[in-house]
Each structure stands twice: as C-alpha cells, then as structure tokens.
Design a protein around this ligand. Structure first.
Ligand code: TXA
Ligand code: MG
Length: 315
C-alpha cells in the first residue's frame, strides 16, 4: 500500500511515468473531459481488482475500457454499422458504446463482470489519449472517487478521496464536460440508452435516425447505476425556489443561491460546475437545496446526477 499518491504533470515525463505505472499493474488516476478516471491495465485481473479495493466498491460492476481511438476499440468490441455511425460522429468524446465482446479480446473478466459485452470509450482529452498510446493497451477506469461519493472533476478531488490508495494522479486541471459519458448499448437488437451523460440523447437519436430504446429490466443494463451513486454526505432537496432552514443553496439561472451552476442558465457551464459545486457545498456539512434545471440537452444528465444525489441512501 502506498502512503502518498504522486501528482504527475501532464507533460512527456509525467505521461511516461503514468504509462510505466499502468504497465506495472499500479493504479493511476487521469483527467478525461468528463470526470477523472481511476485507471488500471484492463488485461490484468490483479490490477483491476485493486480498483475495487481502492474505491471500496462493494461488488464487481463492469468497468468501461478506455482506448486512444476507434481502431484500438475494434480489438475489443464487435463492430457494426451503428457502432460506425456513432463512433464517427462522437468519438473522441463523452460517449461510451457497449458492444459484444470481440474474439481474443484478452480483457480480464473482472472488467466485463463476466458479461458477453464490453463498454468502450475514446475520451476527447489529449493527455489521456497520449497516456493510452504510451501504455499501448486498454485502460479500465471508473470515476476516481470512493464508492458512493461525488465524482471528481479536479485532481484535488481525486486526492481528497483516494490519497495513499493509488500510485499517482495525472493532473490536467478541471474537466471540461463535467458529467460522465452517455452510455449506449449496441449489444441488443435495438440501441439502448443506459445512462444519460455528456452527449445529449437527442444528438445520438439524430445520428442514428431512430429513437433510442430504454432498458426494460430484461436486458443487461448498467448495474453500477445505484440510485444514490453520486451522493453528498448531507441531504439534497431538488427543484427548490429558495433555501429553507439551514439549507445552503445551489442556484441556476435566475435563482442565485450561495453557489450557482450557471448564472446565465447555460447548461454546458452547469455540467462543468456540477460536481465541483456539490463537493464545495457538501464540505459545509449543511443540507443542500438545488434550483430547477431544465430537462433538455445536457440538463438530462445533470438532473439524472442530481436525482441520484437526492435519492434515499441505499448504503
Ligand atoms: O465518463 C465516464 O464514463 C467516466 C470516465 C472515467 O470515463 N467513467 C465512468 O465509469 O463513469 P463508471 O464505472 O462510474 O460507470 C460505468 C458504467 C456503470 O454503470 C457500469 O455498470 C456500466 O458502465 N457498464 C460497464 N460495462 C457494461 C456492460 N458490459 N454492459 C452494461 N453496462 C456496463
Ligand atoms: Mg462513478
């Protein structure tokens, strides 16, 4: 067990050191445009198991593998016309595709949790892409936070949650999208939206020219999606017009609050600021009231994470 976590710069030396650590089976957190990921060699079961113990994650949920480009992705997932359409339109970017496992994929079964499919993402982040190329293989990575806590959008968030439990964090400043990737499964007959995220579902539906299906409980869905997955420590109340009692207020648009997701009502800015605002408000120890956010575009992912933050805790 490490006693402290190294903070690496996003330069050639830092990237090389991070790649060597991954090759040696160590855990390295890295920036992506969505949130910081906690990476391990996806072919090394010991390394992947260490992700679960560092996060204190109770069960083996399947993990997303991260690669530099679609060519690398095709080594692990079964390609199709729809995969081609979505990858061409949105990769690199905040879209994760769940595909049937390709033959001879070589991935640890801990990554797929024994499922016949794999979740693959090509982040739009130059340092992450350089890390994956230097490492030369698939990087399994959930968000780099202790299980059940708020996702990290800065290296400081990662250190606050995981210091001493991981070898290093490649610090590349704040994440530009701020909410996790949208997850679409192409492993069934109909493309399914498994998680709202950084690419609005409207844009995906436009690209494939058909509405996305929604899991009805019979398909394999995204089992990591516990209701309270993104929970701050204190209570969270949604659709609030004003704070009550001891509450501290997270504003949006015309509702100002103690902090605001976006004073101008800009959903892109709100997504970028969401987790950092929740980290800051949670640090006050007070219950949190949140102003309404419109349910369109990136607002869908923001509201999904806010509903999870407000859900009754299942731990
Ligand atoms: O933006 C993101 O997606 C971030 C960054 C680090 O890339 N990652 C992330 O990972 O959010 P995580 O572990 O927090 O969420 C991964 C989700 C889980 O809900 C998991 O159940 C689902 O992906 N998943 C992974 N493999 C799957 C599969 N084969 N079938 C269905 N769902 C899968
Ligand atoms: Mg997560």
């Amino acid at each position: 067990m490490n006693t402290t976590t190294k903070v690496l710069k996003p330069d050639a030396a830092g990237i090389a050191q991070a790649a060597e650590l991954l090759q040696s089976g160590a855990l390295v957190a890295f920036a992506t445009e969505t949130v910081y990921g906690l990476g391990a060699d996806a072919r090394n079961s010991t390394a992947v198991a260490a992700i679960y113990s560092a996060k204190g994650r109770p069960s083996f949920n399947p993990l997303i593998i991260h690669v530099a480009d679609a060519t690398m992705a095709r080594r692990y997932g079964m390609w199709s016309d729809q995969a081609h359409i979505l990858a061409s339109a949105f990769w690199p970017g905040p879209l994760t595709l769940v595909l049937g496992l390709a033959p001879d994929h070589g991935l640890s079964s801990l990554v797929t949790a024994g499922l016949p499919s794999v979740a693959i993402r090509v982040p739009a982040h130059p340092t992450a892409a350089a890390l994956f190329r230097a490492f030369g293989g698939p990087v399994a990575a959930p968000s780099a936070n202790p299980s059940g806590q708020i996702s990290p959008t800065t290296a400081q968030h990662v250190i606050a949650g995981l210091d001493g439990r991981i070898a290093a964090v490649l610090d590349d400043g704040p994440c530009t999208v701020g909410v996790e990737s949208t997850i679409v499964s192409l492993a069934n007959d109909v493309p399914l939206l498994l998680r709202e995220g950084g690419i609005p579902s409207e844009a995906l539906e436009q690209a494939i020219g058909a509405p996305l299906g929604h899991p009805d409980g019979t398909e394999i869905t995204a089992p990591g999606q516990l209701a309270s997955h993104y929970a701050p420590k204190g209570a969270v109340r949604l659709n609030a017009q004003a704070p009550q009692g001891n509450e501290i207020m997270l504003g949006f648009g015309p509702i100002a609050g103690d902090l605001t997701l976006s004073a101008t009502g800009d959903l892109t800015e709100a997504a970028t600021r969401l987790f950092d605002c929740l980290h800051r408000l949670d640090a006050t120890g007070r219950p949190i009231a949140v102003a309404p956010v419109p349910e369109r575009g990136l607002g869908r992912a923001i509201n999904d994470r806010l509903r999870r933050a407000a859900a009754p805790r299942d731990r």
